[in-house]
Design a binder for this molecule. Structure first.
Ligand code: HEC
Length: 178
């Protein structure tokens, strides 16, 4: 008798707690949504019942990281800091893999930009890595230049021709000189 009453009470508490938590999550998702449009949202799975996983990765959030890593790869290789360059390459590769799942940027015209990110992943990181592992400066310079050409052609096709990636290792990424 006593046990039955307390377990019924416990059951009610669980129901209340779940309702309360869902209410909070729903509320914060609505409030946070406009201001944090570009930030990864922890409450994303609650927004659409049945939606699995988080929001798709965003170009505007991840590309600054790609730019920084690519600049560091070039600077490190120029300083013959091959291991550090390889670490940056590995990180840049991980970011590109996330972008395979991104949406097509709104400015892109008649091109599938995420599939270009996949083509990038299959081509350039392996070539850069081989040159870094061999500590082969001329091979690295050539791989770096070819990579930058693909960076720039994607920026053009995606509707951002003004984001220019330099072809020389060691230069600032993106190019900002007049
Ligand atoms: C598959 C297409 C694609 C490839 C390949 C690509 N980018 Fe981008 N990049 C984009 C798009 C789309 C944007 C615009 C996103 C934004 O900034 O809103 C962008 C923006 C940038 C920006 C500006 C980010 C900002 O908002 O400040 C930098 C820097 C950049 N890319 C660097 C690189 C570098 C370096 C490479 C090559 C190693 C590269 N990108 C390759 C699609 C690409």
């Amino acid at each position: 008798m006593k046990l039955g009453a307390s377990s019924r009470f416990a059951g009610l508490l669980v129901v209340l707690a779940v309702t309360w938590v869902q209410g909070c999550k729903g509320g914060s998702a609505q409030q946070d949504r406009p201001a944090l449009a570009d930030a990864p949202s922890a409450s994303a799975p609650q927004e659409k019942p049945g939606a699995q996983g988080a929001d798709p990765p965003r170009w505007g959030v991840l590309m600054p990281d790609v730019g920084r890593r690519f600049e560091l790869i070039g600077r490190a290789a120029k300083a013959r800091r091959w291991d550090f360059a390889e670490l940056q390459l590995e990180q840049m590769e991980k970011v590109f893999k996330q972008l395979h799942r991104a949406k097509n940027p709104g400015r892109a015209k008649d091109v599938n930009v995420p599939s270009m990110a996949e083509a990038f992943s299959n081509t350039h990181p392996p070539e850069l890595r081989a040159a870094l592992m061999a500590a082969d400066e001329p091979a690295f310079a050539a791989a770096f230049r070819r990579t930058s050409e693909t960076c720039n052609s994607c920026h053009k096709m995606a509707g951002y021709p003004f984001i220019e990636i330099p072809s020389e290792p060691g230069a600032t990424v993106p190019r900002l000189d007049p």
